[in-house]
Unconditional design. Structure first.
Length: 94
């Protein structure tokens, strides 16, 4: 059985390739480094993507300096989120 959110995603009109490219331009650039507010871990952005089923922009990243580190994916809205204490979840180092 599908959740309410999954059902809603089916009704979301699909964006054109041009619209998706414009959205991706708002994402952090590949190669850009960021520090995580809580862990103070430095991460490097690998690339950006669009989640197919709901067209959410996603940031693909991994721990900087560790080439065998796992890759992580986080929605752009979480990446740029300002937390309740006024701190950015990720702060750019470049």
């Amino acid at each position: 059985m599908m959740t309410e959110q999954e059902l809603h995603a089916l009704d979301v009109p699909k964006k054109t390739d041009g619209e998706l490219k414009t959205i991706l331009q708002t994402c952090p650039a590949p190669g850009q480094c960021f520090i995580h507010y809580k862990t103070q871990t430095v991460y490097i952005v690998i690339c950006n993507a669009i989640r197919e089923h709901d067209q959410t922009p996603i940031v693909i990243y991994r721990k900087a300096g560790e080439f065998d580190a796992p890759y992580f994916a986080r929605p752009l809205r979480e990446w740029i989120e300002i937390l309740p204490d006024g701190v950015s979840r990720f702060r750019s180092l470049t």
